[in-house]
Design a protein around this ligand. Sequence first.
Ligand code: BGC
Length: 766
Amino acid sequence: MKFTIQTTVLAVVVVTVLGCTAARQDKKKLYTDTEKLPIDRKVDSVLALMRLEEKVGQMNQYNGFWDFTGPAPTGGLAAQKYDHIKKGLVGAMLNVRGVKDVKALQKIAVEETRLGIPLLFGFDVVHGYKTVSPIPLAEAASWDMEAIKKSAEIAAAEAAAAGLNWTFAPMVDVTRDARWGRVMEGSGEDPYLGSQIAIARVKGFQGNLTEFNLAACIKHFAGYGFSESGRDYNTVDISNNTLHNIILPPFKAAEEAGALTFMNSFNELEGIPATGNHYLQRDILKGEWNFKGFVVSDWGSLAEMIPHGYAKDLKEAAMHAANAGSDMDMESYGYVQHLAELVKEGKVKEEVIDDAVRRILKVKFLLGLFDNPYKYCDEAREKAITGKKEFHDGVLDMAKKSIVLLKNENNILPLAKQGKKIAVIGALANDKTSPLGSWRIGADDNTAVSVMEGLKQYKGNELVYAKGADVTVGKTVFVSETKINTTDKSGFNEAVKAAENADIVIMVLGEHGLQSGEGRSRSELGLPGVQQELLETVYKANPNVVLVLTNGRPLVIPWAAKNIPAIIEAWHLGIQSGNAIAQVLYGDYNPGGKLPMSFPRTVGQLPLYYNHKNTGRPESNEPESVFWSHYTDVENTPLYPFGYGLSYTTFQYSNLKLNKNSFGKGGSITVSVDVKNTGKISGREVVQLYIRDLTASVTRPVKELKGFEVAELKPGETETISFTINEKSIEFYTANNIWEAEAGEFKVFVGGSSDKTLESGFNYTK
Ligand code: BGC
């Protein structure tokens, strides 16, 4: 008996060793031959070696949370994950970072599994890794595609040096409702601007897929930004028209720019959760658009199809997700537990699995992981690159370009550099964590340059700081707003005193960096806590107030807009925040940012966006009538519109010209305008082109951005800026359910803001 067992054990060991050797030989054959074979052949040759369970394993992504470089975990989920990696049942990890940890896990995947397929390491590198850049919404305000691309390049280089090879960014959700905390992650309310930024970010992150780049992940596919009433994870109910004309364009642009992966989303669309949505993933993305990369689920979104009421259990959820084209399961454990069984039962075809695995392996090949699984694991590079001066210079440049000057009455800004007494008020002025914003999970607290630190570098003035009121956050990022705000006004007196004795008061108020972001929807968008009261109290003591807003979304600030002479929108500007703000306040940098999202007068106006429809009752000729599309208690217009932003100089627009008044198939029109710097200093103006399609097979927005150009002008200088309008500019998703240009009459608008434009018109004849 004893003998038999020993023989059996021995036999198993021999078979296993032989099996491993055979596989290793196959691996060797494959991996050293990589240059000669086209990628799809390489992918197929790996696939041919794989068992069903291993294929399913590639479709499984785990969050890491044990000490990878320590002893193997025993018991619980960590042990299970560890065991799964060893068995080749995991294709990707997330939130494992730093060369040491990544290398330790990659080693298990490469050296201890039967086939040695390398892992992907994903992380939310949303706006920088350690050297945090401005939040994406802030970067969007720069309208500077080169700077945005550069910012993504910096983020990628630093994160890739920390072992990562995949970022869950950019988020390209169009956002119209500032109550949604995740507006900070996107590019605002416009599909055209959003598309240009999506392209810049994909190119910046991915570059040529060297060891300084990351695979991008376009998210959240699709409709997540349209959650009802801005409440995160809420139901989405939108028309096909809105889906195609407003939501999808940035996704398509990112796909065309070569993004390697997509992430689906938590929301439902037409009653079907995005993760199980065949129309989105198979018909549109992989069908119409011919996307060749893979789709990862959002965190746990596969399992969330159960509470959505779309799957009765995890097994059914796995079936729906796989069949609908969701290739990788992030942290739902649905695929790893049920997919092989579903294939055996005939509920998911093995072709579906093969297709998903091919896509995942292809990305791994493209990233060069089969040639060198440790491509991103160079400790010396990690040390040399992290926090490089060049990165800081890049994010400082981005931060300055992201600032929007909202108001500057009587040229109170820029500040004089000598002989003034300046009171700086607000807890956020002295905060070195808040400027990092939300989604900066690779960064360390207390690493940002605070506004106070930035201002202190200008030594000619006297600075006095008073906190006024707290805007505090607990240690964890999972804080609720009630915990963030205090009602304590005991610091008001000190603030008033400081203001009374000062020539100028700089108040830094707004949201803490962690008051926006995922799960941070708000129903009120004023200055949180007692900050509004603090502002009004200080203003009474000294009205020479410069308000520096820090926030992750448009805020509702009608009182400040009316009373405070100067307002600067400084968002959450990242690690160089204080330097950027100080340079703008002192005029060493002339701000030129423009809002990528409308600022409402009141929350009641939301959702609010410039590219709205005209409605059947846009206005009334009778002054007393109420029967038109409006509110009886507030204007329809925003407080600050899309595209708005001032400068320390002024610009004048004139001579709007079209080289002809109509064009036909294959043709185009050139629009030109003269922009003059009419002020006393050099400045940067974002010249914006909008069109309106007056009558169409489906109703069209009153204005749609179709181009923008940056004019850098010296005082007195004039530049003629030109745009081309062609069929691409006027195409839309028509009543025929295709993208096409329809013949008709169009208006064209050019200006420095969506609400202040010169106007002309043209015809398109088919
Ligand atoms: C978010 C994604 C993110 C993922 C992984 C989810 O909660 O919705 O945007 O990439 O977590 O961190």
